[in-house]
Design a protein around this ligand. Sequence first.
Ligand SMILES: CC(C)(COP(=O)(O)OP(=O)(O)OC[C@H]1O[C@@H](n2cnc3c(N)ncnc32)[C@H](O)[C@@H]1OP(=O)(O)O)[C@@H](O)C(=O)NCCC(=O)NCCS
Length: 161
Amino acid sequence: MNLCSILKYTASIFHDVIKIRNMESREFLELMECMQRIFPERANSNLFLELYEIFPEGFVVALDDGKIIGFAIGILSDEGKGRILLIGVDENYRCRGIGTRLLKKLLMNLRSSGAVEIELEVRVSNKRAIEFYQKNGFIKIRRVSGFYEDGEDGYVMVKKL
Ligand SMILES: CC(C)(COP(=O)(O)OP(=O)(O)OC[C@H]1O[C@@H](n2cnc3c(N)ncnc32)[C@H](O)[C@@H]1OP(=O)(O)O)[C@@H](O)C(=O)NCCC(=O)NCCS
Protein backbone atom coordinates (compact mmCIF):
# COMPACT_ATOMS: atom_id res chain seq x y z
CA MET A 1 0.00 0.00 0.00
CA ASN A 2 1.55 3.38 -1.00
CA LEU A 3 0.99 6.73 0.74
CA CYS A 4 -1.72 7.62 -1.76
CA SER A 5 -3.74 4.46 -0.99
CA ILE A 6 -3.48 5.11 2.77
CA LEU A 7 -4.75 8.70 2.40
CA LYS A 8 -7.57 7.47 0.17
CA TYR A 9 -8.59 4.89 2.78
CA THR A 10 -8.60 7.56 5.51
CA ALA A 11 -10.76 9.86 3.38
CA SER A 12 -13.29 7.06 2.82
CA ILE A 13 -13.57 6.51 6.60
CA PHE A 14 -14.41 10.18 7.13
CA HIS A 15 -17.01 10.14 4.32
CA ASP A 16 -15.51 12.60 1.90
CA VAL A 17 -18.28 14.83 0.64
CA ILE A 18 -16.61 16.16 -2.47
CA LYS A 19 -19.11 16.75 -5.29
CA ILE A 20 -18.19 16.05 -8.90
CA ARG A 21 -20.29 17.65 -11.62
CA ASN A 22 -20.24 19.62 -14.87
CA MET A 23 -19.04 23.18 -14.42
CA GLU A 24 -21.63 25.97 -14.58
CA SER A 25 -20.78 29.05 -16.66
CA ARG A 26 -20.90 31.33 -13.59
CA GLU A 27 -17.99 29.28 -12.13
CA PHE A 28 -15.59 30.03 -14.99
CA LEU A 29 -13.51 32.62 -13.08
CA GLU A 30 -13.24 30.35 -10.07
CA LEU A 31 -12.05 27.56 -12.36
CA MET A 32 -9.34 29.90 -13.70
CA GLU A 33 -8.21 30.65 -10.12
CA CYS A 34 -7.97 26.93 -9.37
CA MET A 35 -6.05 26.38 -12.63
CA GLN A 36 -3.69 29.22 -11.73
CA ARG A 37 -2.90 27.52 -8.41
CA ILE A 38 -2.19 24.12 -9.98
CA PHE A 39 -0.79 25.09 -13.40
CA PRO A 40 0.49 28.69 -13.11
CA GLU A 41 1.92 28.47 -16.65
CA ARG A 42 -1.27 27.23 -18.34
CA ALA A 43 -4.08 29.58 -17.28
CA ASN A 44 -4.96 31.09 -20.68
CA SER A 45 -8.52 32.10 -19.94
CA ASN A 46 -9.42 33.18 -23.51
CA LEU A 47 -8.60 29.77 -24.94
CA PHE A 48 -10.55 27.92 -22.23
CA LEU A 49 -13.53 30.27 -22.57
CA GLU A 50 -13.68 29.46 -26.30
CA LEU A 51 -13.45 25.74 -25.57
CA TYR A 52 -16.20 26.04 -22.96
CA GLU A 53 -18.49 27.74 -25.48
CA ILE A 54 -17.93 24.92 -27.99
CA PHE A 55 -18.23 21.95 -25.60
CA PRO A 56 -19.34 22.80 -22.02
CA GLU A 57 -19.60 19.09 -21.08
CA GLY A 58 -15.82 19.00 -21.38
CA PHE A 59 -15.50 20.99 -18.14
CA VAL A 60 -15.94 18.94 -14.96
CA VAL A 61 -15.28 20.29 -11.47
CA ALA A 62 -14.80 18.92 -7.96
CA LEU A 63 -16.31 21.02 -5.15
CA ASP A 64 -15.78 21.05 -1.41
CA ASP A 65 -18.62 22.95 0.23
CA GLY A 66 -19.23 24.78 -3.05
CA LYS A 67 -15.58 25.73 -3.64
CA ILE A 68 -13.74 24.40 -6.73
CA ILE A 69 -10.79 22.28 -5.58
CA GLY A 70 -10.18 20.31 -8.78
CA PHE A 71 -11.16 20.09 -12.42
CA ALA A 72 -10.83 18.05 -15.61
CA ILE A 73 -11.04 19.54 -19.10
CA GLY A 74 -11.49 17.63 -22.35
CA ILE A 75 -12.55 18.29 -25.92
CA LEU A 76 -13.92 16.35 -28.85
CA SER A 77 -11.20 16.38 -31.49
CA ASP A 78 -11.62 14.23 -34.62
CA GLU A 79 -14.62 12.02 -35.38
CA GLY A 80 -15.04 9.61 -32.45
CA LYS A 81 -11.98 10.98 -30.66
CA GLY A 82 -11.73 12.84 -27.39
CA ARG A 83 -8.75 14.52 -25.82
CA ILE A 84 -7.97 15.23 -22.19
CA LEU A 85 -6.35 18.66 -21.94
CA LEU A 86 -5.82 19.19 -18.22
CA ILE A 87 -6.72 17.54 -14.96
CA GLY A 88 -5.74 18.90 -11.59
CA VAL A 89 -6.60 18.60 -7.92
CA ASP A 90 -5.50 21.15 -5.27
CA GLU A 91 -2.52 19.78 -3.38
CA ASN A 92 -4.30 19.32 -0.01
CA TYR A 93 -7.00 17.20 -1.67
CA ARG A 94 -4.81 14.78 -3.64
CA CYS A 95 -4.77 11.02 -3.06
CA ARG A 96 -8.43 10.80 -2.04
CA GLY A 97 -9.74 9.46 -5.34
CA ILE A 98 -10.92 12.89 -6.54
CA GLY A 99 -8.76 12.85 -9.69
CA THR A 100 -10.16 9.43 -10.59
CA ARG A 101 -13.75 10.62 -10.09
CA LEU A 102 -13.13 13.73 -12.21
CA LEU A 103 -11.59 11.65 -14.98
CA LYS A 104 -14.44 9.11 -14.93
CA LYS A 105 -17.08 11.83 -15.19
CA LEU A 106 -15.22 13.54 -18.06
CA LEU A 107 -14.83 10.21 -19.91
CA MET A 108 -18.56 9.56 -19.46
CA ASN A 109 -19.38 12.99 -20.94
CA LEU A 110 -17.03 12.41 -23.89
CA ARG A 111 -18.49 8.97 -24.53
CA SER A 112 -22.06 10.35 -24.44
CA SER A 113 -20.98 12.82 -27.12
CA GLY A 114 -19.66 10.09 -29.42
CA ALA A 115 -16.03 9.59 -28.43
CA VAL A 116 -14.80 5.99 -28.56
CA GLU A 117 -11.11 6.70 -28.05
CA ILE A 118 -9.39 9.20 -25.75
CA GLU A 119 -5.91 10.60 -26.18
CA LEU A 120 -3.73 12.78 -23.98
CA GLU A 121 -0.17 13.99 -23.58
CA VAL A 122 1.79 14.01 -20.35
CA ARG A 123 5.29 15.20 -19.45
CA VAL A 124 7.75 12.29 -19.25
CA SER A 125 8.88 13.61 -15.84
CA ASN A 126 5.34 13.60 -14.38
CA LYS A 127 5.55 10.09 -12.89
CA ARG A 128 2.58 10.64 -10.57
CA ALA A 129 0.29 11.60 -13.46
CA ILE A 130 1.58 8.76 -15.65
CA GLU A 131 0.80 6.27 -12.86
CA PHE A 132 -2.59 7.95 -12.36
CA TYR A 133 -3.50 7.59 -16.05
CA GLN A 134 -2.22 4.00 -16.21
CA LYS A 135 -4.34 3.09 -13.17
CA ASN A 136 -7.27 4.50 -15.13
CA GLY A 137 -6.67 2.35 -18.19
CA PHE A 138 -4.51 4.60 -20.41
CA ILE A 139 -1.49 3.14 -22.15
CA LYS A 140 1.60 4.91 -23.48
CA ILE A 141 1.77 4.63 -27.26
CA ARG A 142 4.65 6.92 -28.16
CA ARG A 143 7.10 9.53 -26.94
CA VAL A 144 7.12 12.93 -28.67
CA SER A 145 10.43 14.73 -28.59
CA GLY A 146 10.26 18.38 -27.37
CA PHE A 147 6.48 18.34 -27.10
CA TYR A 148 6.38 21.02 -24.38
CA GLU A 149 7.37 24.69 -24.73
CA ASP A 150 10.34 24.23 -22.39
CA GLY A 151 11.64 21.39 -24.60
CA GLU A 152 10.56 18.47 -22.43
CA ASP A 153 9.37 15.28 -24.17
CA GLY A 154 5.80 14.05 -23.75
CA TYR A 155 4.19 10.64 -23.81
CA VAL A 156 1.04 10.18 -25.85
CA MET A 157 -1.36 7.93 -23.95
CA VAL A 158 -4.66 6.45 -25.18
CA LYS A 159 -7.67 4.62 -23.85
CA LYS A 160 -10.50 2.98 -25.79
CA LEU A 161 -13.93 3.59 -24.28
C1 LIG B 1 -2.56 13.66 -11.22
C2 LIG B 1 -3.63 14.12 -10.21
C3 LIG B 1 -4.76 14.83 -10.97
C4 LIG B 1 -4.19 12.88 -9.49
O1 LIG B 1 -5.26 13.30 -8.67
P1 LIG B 1 -5.59 12.54 -7.28
O2 LIG B 1 -6.91 13.02 -6.81
O3 LIG B 1 -4.45 12.71 -6.35
O4 LIG B 1 -5.64 11.02 -7.80
P2 LIG B 1 -6.34 9.75 -7.13
O5 LIG B 1 -6.42 9.93 -5.65
O6 LIG B 1 -7.59 9.48 -7.86
O7 LIG B 1 -5.22 8.63 -7.45
C5 LIG B 1 -5.38 7.58 -8.35
C6 LIG B 1 -4.03 6.89 -8.61
O8 LIG B 1 -3.06 7.83 -9.14
C7 LIG B 1 -1.74 7.51 -8.62
N1 LIG B 1 -1.29 8.60 -7.75
C8 LIG B 1 -1.92 9.77 -7.54
N2 LIG B 1 -1.20 10.54 -6.68
C9 LIG B 1 -0.09 9.81 -6.34
C10 LIG B 1 1.01 10.05 -5.46
N3 LIG B 1 1.14 11.18 -4.73
N4 LIG B 1 1.96 9.09 -5.36
C11 LIG B 1 1.85 7.94 -6.05
N5 LIG B 1 0.80 7.66 -6.88
C12 LIG B 1 -0.15 8.58 -7.02
C13 LIG B 1 -1.90 6.26 -7.82
O9 LIG B 1 -1.69 5.19 -8.70
C14 LIG B 1 -3.36 6.33 -7.38
O10 LIG B 1 -3.89 5.06 -7.14
P3 LIG B 1 -3.88 4.41 -5.63
O11 LIG B 1 -4.56 5.42 -4.74
O12 LIG B 1 -4.66 3.16 -5.80
O13 LIG B 1 -2.45 4.25 -5.28
C15 LIG B 1 -3.01 15.07 -9.11
O14 LIG B 1 -1.86 14.45 -8.59
C16 LIG B 1 -2.62 16.45 -9.63
O15 LIG B 1 -3.43 17.37 -9.64
N6 LIG B 1 -1.35 16.61 -10.04
C17 LIG B 1 -0.85 17.92 -10.49
C18 LIG B 1 -1.37 18.27 -11.87
C19 LIG B 1 -0.99 17.22 -12.91
O16 LIG B 1 0.16 16.80 -13.00
N7 LIG B 1 -1.99 16.81 -13.74
C20 LIG B 1 -1.79 15.77 -14.75
C21 LIG B 1 -1.29 16.30 -16.03
S1 LIG B 1 -2.50 17.31 -16.86
